[in-house]
Design a protein around this ligand. Structure first.
Ligand code: NAD
Length: 339
């Protein structure tokens, strides 16, 4: 199969593309190598993918239709997985424009390309942030998502809505996946695990917001990739809202569109997360307590019921093992990648 994956120089796109290539597929990887964080890390990821002859990188911005369309110059993809985005909750307070460009205009260009090509299945990366400060836990896909707390979440929810109309108007099978705090080797420097490990190893303070009482449903990258690959075979069927294993499906009545949480349903408080990192590193963190930041949601907690009903499994790697794998990678690569 030929996959077009956007965001292959990013954390998740890199892991997903590598797995697809290992499984013998062709992958065209589209990425703008944006300067949001360390470019050496992004180039390092693409350098690993370049070792596979079936990988073809295309460098360009999503907002540039011609650049994006050129990703299909060497053959039309069977499946598209759209992961490129301006990510990060906090940066969306400073630079909302980047989110409009990448996540709205960019995602619309992806929808247009998928429509023109007529792919079998388009998959999109959404986020647990769309649940805002929902108090009903765990979060089910049909819960309220119309009160986003950050502009990042607002653009991701808007992407879901645009995608629904494309599924409806053009009978294009689309799945939107809500990821829950993904972590692991080659992870993002703006995320807590990376920042905490780096600071603790460099004997710097770690900044803890909201007294560390926030909790997150951490998802290990290999589990996430397994879920995406499993779900790639579960193509939404138009207007056929079956309940799988008695679980309510989110298939739209109006078109081949479905939303699925990808999270294990085992939230951990930030303080417990830090204790796990301290245990793995065998070092104590210097804690600096700060008030809760605007835009942050108090908790994320996935209901994995639909994911399990559709794929038969859910994220299961435990936090200790996942943090240890990240630390191994970080220690091995921090000098070469200037992390
Ligand atoms: P990432 O920042 O590491 O990767 C995103 C990639 O997209 C980067 O390589 C960047 O260069 C590229 N990109 C950004 N804007 C672009 C544009 N306009 N044109 C072309 N390329 C562009 O992020 P990630 O953690 O790998 O996240 C992947 C997807 O998953 C994103 O859509 C993100 O919103 C979503 N997500 C991630 C998490 C998480 O915990 N990592 C959680 C929820 C949702």
């Amino acid at each position: 199969m030929h996959y077009l994956v956007t965001g292959t120089a990013g954390f998740i796109g890199f892991h997903l593309a590598r797995r697809l290539l290992e499984d013998g597929h062709r992958v065209t990887g589209f990425d703008g190598l944006t300067p949001y964080y360390n470019l050496k890390l992004k180039e390092g990821r693409h350098a690993v993918l370049a070792q596979f002859p079936a990988f073809r990188p295309v460098i360009g911005m999503l907002e540039d239709r011609e650049a994006l369309n050129s990703a299909c110059d060497h053959g039309q993809p069977d499946v598209m997985i759209h992961l490129a985005a301006q990510a990060g909750v906090r940066y969306s307070l400073e630079n909302p424009r980047a989110y409009l460009d990448s996540n709205l205009l960019g995602s619309w260009n992806v929808l247009e390309l998928a429509r023109e090509v007529g792919v079998r299945h388009l998959m999109l990366a959404s986020t647990s942030s769309v649940y805002g400060a929902n108090e009903s836990i765990p979060f089910s896909e049909s819960d309220k998502t119309d009160e986003p707390l950050s502009f990042y979440a607002a653009t991701k929810k808007s992407m879901e809505l645009m995608a629904h109309t494309y599924a409806h108007l053009h009978r294009l099978p689309i799945s939107a996946f809500r990821f829950f705090t993904v972590y692991g080797p080659w992870g993002r420097p703006d995320m807590a695990l990376f920042k905490f490990v780096k600071a603790i190893l460099e004997e710097q303070e770690i900044e803890i917001y909201g007294e560390g009482r926030m909790s997150r449903d951490f998802t290990y990258i290999d589990d996430l990739v397994n879920s995406i690959i499993d779900l790639s075979h579960v193509i939404p069927a138009e207007g056929n809202r079956v309940t799988a294993n008695g679980v309510r499906d989110t298939l739209s009545h109006q078109g081949p569109f479905r939303v699925v949480n990808i999270g294990g349903g085992q939230p951990v408080s930030v303080l417990d997360f830090i204790e796990t990192i301290e245990f793995v590193l065998g070092r104590k963190a210097k804690r600096k307590m700060l008030p809760m930041q605007q835009g942050d949601v108090p908790r994320t907690y996935a209901s994995p019921d639909l994911l399990v009903a559709l794929t038969g499994r859910k994220p299961e790697i435990n936090l200790n093992a996942g943090v240890a794998a990240f630390v191994d990678w970080y220690v091995t690569h921090s000098r070469e990648l200037q992390l």
